[in-house]
Design a protein around this ligand. Structure first.
Ligand code: SF4
Ligand code: SF4
Length: 395
């Protein structure tokens, strides 16, 4: 296993993401499979396990801990997340934190994250009324959180302003990063912002929900020319291993065969070559079905509606690459109503200014349709809010 040093710890570079455990048609987790996967991962050096309060309807935390119960607590690192994006209103954050501690049968988390910060959820996380950050700092001071960070699904501007406002508070940031999102979701810029604040990067979705694990035949054949035995997924992992600030790469594994394959990519250093990287970027380009916005912002100055055009196009690209993408809808929910795509008046000045020649007014129309057709976050999060209220004995 490859390891990274982080504040005196030796973290396995491959982290076990616990959001994709196998479930039956009633949503019951296959615990035997979880146990078998954990045994295999631990025997091969994995020591980092990541869950979140809402994963698998609140059952991921419990299944994770059952899978770990025969191992000494100090032999692995536990990461969990605070569901600030799903709260039914201002709640007793510390009581909710203790619900997670109890479910995980522990009295501390090695790593604890504010879950899913976006342009929408920031209104709760950055709110005096909700005082989430202040409470989590308190939990860290009491030793119940060893290292505090956040997972992030918003845009680069929000990331910069949030880190600047809370300079010195957070110790790491978890972002969606892979060779496709390096450009598609601005992960390169986000990596640079995080490191410019002196922080390290945790990666989620290294395989983009499995999309990069099983590539289209033609793309996969290009990689097979380098090594007929290497899996498509192994290239995605080796691509990320080249970035020194990336300390943990979380893979949400479902089957033991995936654990085996993932482990191979983290068994020994095998730096990705320039030639391989060039092919990965070529494959990424072929997978992009959205627009080639580079985020240069030349279009923004003269927009009569004062829209954040690159942000809107990023959301559009997210919809086009991952159907029903919740983070895209959530980001749009977070914008003032007059800053969404339906405020575009179709003047076309942006297209004239755009070096990429993007037909922005046409994209705005389609984005508006995609946004209005997607399920709203308010509807999707209803059950989560109810379960938080229940766990806190509210009513
Ligand atoms: S076409 Fe729409 S997005 Fe472009 S400048 Fe005009 S109002 Fe703004
Ligand atoms: S000018 Fe074109 S490439 Fe640049 S941010 Fe605007 S839409 Fe994107």
């Amino acid at each position: 296993m490859l390891y990274n040093d982080y504040k005196g710890m030796k973290l396995s570079r491959l982290g076990f993401g616990c959001m994709r455990f196998k479930t039956d048609e009633n949503g019951v987790i296959d615990q035997e499979k979880v146990n078998a996967m954990f045994d295999l991962a631990i025997a091969n050096g994995v020591n980092y396990f990541d869950t979140a309060y809402p994963y698998l309807n609140g059952n991921s935390e419990i299944a994770m801990v059952k899978g770990l119960e025969k191992y000494p607590r100090e032999s692995y690192y536990l990461a969990d997340k605070f569901p600030g994006h799903s709260l039914p209103g201002p709640v007793d954050n510390i009581a909710l934190f203790h619900v997670s501690l109890k479910k995980c049968n522990t009295d501390y988390f090695d790593f604890y994250l504010l879950h899913n910060i976006t342009e929408w959820s920031i209104q709760f996380y950055d709110s005096e009324e909700y005082h989430i950050i202040q409470d989590m700092i308190k939990m860290r001071e009491e030793g119940k959180i060893r290292h505090l960070g956040f997972s992030f699904h918003g845009g680069a501007e929000l990331l910069e302003s949030f880190l600047t406002k809370y300079e010195g508070v957070f110790e790491f940031v978890q972002i969606q990063c892979n060779y496709l999102d390096w450009t598609l979701q601005d992960a390169k810029r986000k990596y640079e912002i995080i490191t410019s604040h002196g922080l390290d990067v945790w990666v989620m979705e290294p395989l983009r929900g499995g999309k990069l694990a099983v590539l289209p035949e033609e793309a996969s054949a290009k990689l097979k020319r380098f090594d007929p035995d290497a899996s498509d997924a192994s290239y995605a992992f080796r691509y990320l291993q080249q970035y020194p600030a990336i300390k943990v790469i979380l893979s949400g594994m479902t089957e033991p065969s995936e654990v085996e394959d993932n482990l191979k990519a983290f068994a020994a250093e095998k730096p990705i070559t320039e030639e391989e990287t060039a092919v990965l970027y070529e494959i990424a380009e072929s997978m992009k079905t959205g627009v080639p916005c580079t985020g240069c912002r030349y279009c923004c100055k003269g927009c009569p509606a004062e829209l954040d055009i690159p942000l809107l196009l990023e959301c559009y690209n997210t919809y086009k690459t991952a159907e029903g993408n919740v983070p895209a809808s959530m980001r749009l929910d977070g914008l003032a109503e007059d800053k969404r795509a339906d405020s575009c008046v179709g003047c076309g000045q942006c297209t004239h200014a755009c070096p990429q020649g993007i037909d922005v007014p046409a994209v705005m129309q389609e984005l508006d349709r995609l946004y209005k057709e997607a399920p709203s976050w308010a509807d999707l999060s209803k059950d989560r809010k109810v379960s938080i209220a229940r766990d806190l004995g509210m009513n």
